[in-house]
Ligand binder design. Structure first.
Ligand SMILES: C[S@@+](CC[C@H](N)C(=O)[O-])C[C@H]1O[C@@H](n2cnc3c(N)ncnc32)[C@H](O)[C@@H]1O
Length: 279
């Protein structure tokens, strides 16, 4: 990699993998490779193809800092400052939840229903709203969040992706006096009891307000359905991401809110992950 070498790629990866494994990291080798590739400014495949190559001093120093952060169980996405979602690369930091692969299902619902006006409630990094705008050229998208910190991250992502004219950001839950064809929401749904059992990557580093909204975990979803019903502004359809085992309860809440046709979609792990209601 460079003339001023501070050990080889193989040595650096071996030491980091041992440290990460000792700290309880689930995928120590993969994470070590991702971090060293970032520190060295190389593709991961190029890095691992030549374990005897030298690591230069600057890259070794940066790698050391990254590995220490990962040992404290900070998620790789926060250390790298980015996460892929659908076809986009989003900037992420501890102000927002790291977008999860299963949330891409909500974007697929939008692609199936092809709505004109879409509301993404609890937008976080902007993942759902920006992906819908990116993939549905005719959609007009509004995205809300009760966290001003999250809205700042979504705004920066929107600007970097050149989607300012397609996605409007607003503080709160449901914007007053507006109608939508489809409401999408990945709101916090972890109950307080379940929260304690999650990995330190989540409980120590992701924002509490993005994970749980109260004892049952369904408080934010109930608030959203309540706001839509009170405003007399039920959208043509709603799609809500839910936790494992919550689909039946949330399906009932959706039905009671006034949506007549209710169905669920499963994620790749066969968990009922999205509840869809239609008028
Ligand atoms: C689970 S995160 C989802 C972020 C993003 N949509 C994603 O899927 O990656 C939930 C987000 O909802 C926001 N939030 C929590 N309660 C809310 C509410 N009642 N109304 C609007 N946003 C809320 C949180 O601040 C957080 O950014």
């Amino acid at each position: 990699m460079n003339a001023v070498a501070a050990g080889s790629v193989g040595e650096a990866l071996g030491a980091a993998t041992d440290a990460l494994a000792a700290a309880g990291v689930e995928t120590p080798r993969l994470d070590a490779e991702l971090l060293l590739a970032e520190a060295a400014g190389l593709e991961r495949a190029r890095l691992t193809a030549d374990p005897s190559a030298g690591v230069d001093a600057a890259a070794a120093r940066e790698f050391g800092v990254m590995v220490r952060r990962r040992v404290r169980r900070e998620p790789v996405a926060y250390i790298l400052g980015r996460k892929g979602f659908r076809q986009l690369e989003l900037a992420v930091d501890p102000r927002v939840l790291i977008p999860r692969p299963e949330t891409e299902l909500l974007v697929e619902v939008a692609l199936d229903l092809r709505p004109r006006r879409v509301l993404d409630v609890g937008t976080g990094s902007g993942a759902i709203a920006l992906a819908v705008a990116d993939e549905l050229a005719a959609a007009e998208v509004v995205a809300t969040d009760t966290s001003l910190d999250a809205l700042a991250v979504a705004q920066a992502n929107r600007a970097r992706l050149g989607l300012e004219s397609r996605v409007r950001l607003a503080h709160g839950t449901v914007p007053a006096d507006e109608r939508f064809d489809l409401v999408l929401a990945n709101l916090p749904y972890v109950s307080e009891a379940e929260l304690a059992a999650l990995e330190p990557e989540i409980t120590r580093h992701e924002p509490y307000a993005a994970l749980s909204s109260g004892p049952t975990g369904l408080e934010a979803i109930e608030q959203l359905l309540g706001e839509l019903a009170v405003a007399g502004a039920l959208p043509g359809a709603i799609a809500l991401e839910v936790g494992e085992g919550q689909a039946a309860t949330v399906g009932e809440l959706v039905r009671r809110a006034g949506f007549e046709r209710v169905e669920t979609r499963r994620d790749l792990a066969a968990i009922e992950r999205v509840v869809i209601g239609r008028l």
